[in-house]
Design a protein around this ligand. Structure first.
Ligand SMILES: [Zn+2]
Length: 327
């Protein structure tokens, strides 16, 4: 499927179906639906009787194979969720590979040389493309340097800078941007989100991320803000509350709140926690600008260590203490 904000991009790309380059790199922030788009586009190109607007028919054998993950001319190189984590990785015990290795690229050899169904296109989706390790990226580069006819690579990435420049230069860039707020909010409202403006702000304009946040919020973000505003809450109580939440969630909330406080301090409007205006105003008025900047830096540094803090409560305490001193 594609989303309303992708309709124009789809129309343009599908209009070029007979003169596409050998590789497209779709890049832009997370939460825009880039991978859904790439899959839909691939299905449209493989479909045997596309609709007048270029969309896949959903009824032909090719669409059936695609939907069941069995299209013989489509491959997805991605992260293997069941693979054991790499030896010496920073996440012991966590399953799921964080890289696309060279074997995955080499495994395409047979696929690339077999003739395609009814002489159609052959499509390889590489997602997330920045997960290609250096050997895999080199192997892919060799393939891109000797293009095969009727073969299309679709690369998808939210950190394209991590791809070697040599690979990027072999792809046509397809930048993906957050849609206009009104369009995103209308879509979120149709998805049943009660405060689309709030969650879209928290997600920096990315609609799918906003939807995910609205489904995960569970009132805990609002509860955290309420507790932060309550002078009766001690550091220990707050840290205990916070340590029970997923670390990447609460750290993200605090980080965005630090931005809001800084924006308010500098006479701007909050960007993210639109429902915390009064609290933000109060603390921004009282806090020292240098203290706020130092806290924002501390949160940013903490994000790098956030995957597995040894002691979640102490970790939370160290990040909340500066905030409470400003309260
Ligand atoms: Zn079809």
């Amino acid at each position: 499927m594609i989303y309303p904000w992708q309709a124009e991009m789809f129309r343009q790309l599908v209009g070029e179906r007979d003169r596409l380059p050998q590789a497209l790199l779709l890049h832009g922030p997370q939460g825009l639906g880039k991978t859904d788009f790439a899959r839909h586009f691939a299905q449209a190109l493989l479909c045997e009787s596309p609709l007048p607007d270029g969309a896949p028919c959903g009824a032909c054998p090719a669409c059936g194979w695609f939907a069941s993950g069995n299209h013989p001319d489509f491959r997805h190189l991605g992260l293997d969720a069941d693979a054991p984590a790499e030896e010496g990785g920073d996440a012991p015990g966590r399953k799921g590979s964080e890289q696309i290795g060279v074997d995955a690229v080499r495994s395409l050899a047979g696929f690339m040389t077999t003739s395609t169904h009814r002489d159609g296109l052959r499509i390889v989706l590489v997602e997330p493309a920045h997960a290609l390790n250096v050997f895999a990226a080199n192997a892919l580069l060799k393939t891109l340097e000797e293009p095969l006819p009727r073969t299309l690579f679709l690369l998808v990435s939210h950190v394209p800078a991590r791809l070697p420049a040599t690979v990027r230069s072999r792809c046509r860039q397809v930048p993906c941007h957050p849609p206009p707020a009104a369009q995103a909010q209308a879509w979120l409202a149709r998805e049943g989100v009660a405060r689309p403006d709030l969650f879209l702000a928290l997600a920096a304009g990315a609609p799918l991320e906003a939807l995910r946040l609205s489904q995960q919020d569970g009132g805990q973000r609002a509860e955290l803000l309420r507790r932060l505003a309550d002078p009766a809450q001690s550091l220990v109580q707050l840290s205990e509350f916070v340590a029970r939440l997923p670390v990447e969630e609460w750290l993200g909330w605090l980080q965005r709140w630090a931005y809001d406080l800084l924006a308010r301090k500098l006479a701007g409007a909050p960007h993210y926690h639109l429902d915390a205006g009064e609290l933000t105003d109060r603390i921004a008025a009282r806090a020292d600008l240098h203290d706020l900047l130092a806290w924002e830096h501390q949160l940013r540094d903490a994000k790098r260590l956030a995957h597995h803090p040894l002691n979640p409560r102490l970790f939370a305490e160290s990040l909340l203490a500066p905030m409470l001193a400003m309260r």
